[in-house]
Design a protein. Structure first.
Length: 125
């Protein structure tokens, strides 16, 4: 079981990182309100834990889930990657961040964060 203090620290770290990511997205002229595909990343210690977490993540709206193992990834070598449709504003809200950090913690996993494509922005050279 993950200690409440560790969960709180993880939530705070995600919020701090999200502030920078949202700022970067805004700087590129992308909408924070437009629904888009958000890729989510989680890490577990075992394949069984990854499979169990992937089932739970599906119930939270994450789809297109893949599970992979890294050769040199420390104590959590299994990665679960999935996607959901959301606006950046909604996905980075306090409630959403806390939900994914807590779901991960309940399964002895780590929520590593998210990414998205800024496909409405003109490419830069």
């Amino acid at each position: 079981m993950v200690k409440p203090r560790v969960i709180s620290e993880d939530i705070a770290a995600h919020h701090a990182r999200n502030v920078k990511l949202v700022e970067n997205i805004s700087t590129h002229g992308a909408s924070l309100e437009r629904e888009r595909t958000i890729d989510c990343f989680f890490h577990t210690a075992s394949e069984d834990a990854a499979i169990a977490l992937s089932a739970v993540l599906q119930s939270h709206g994450i789809c297109n889930i893949s599970i992979s193992q890294a050769d040199d990834a420390g104590s959590h070598p299994w990665t679960i990657q999935g996607a959901l449709t959301s606006s950046v504003s909604h996905f980075t809200s306090e409630e959403q961040v806390e939900r994914f950090v807590r779901v991960a913690a309940e399964h002895a996993a780590l929520f590593d964060g998210w990414g998205t494509s800024l496909d409405e922005c003109a490419p830069t050279i």
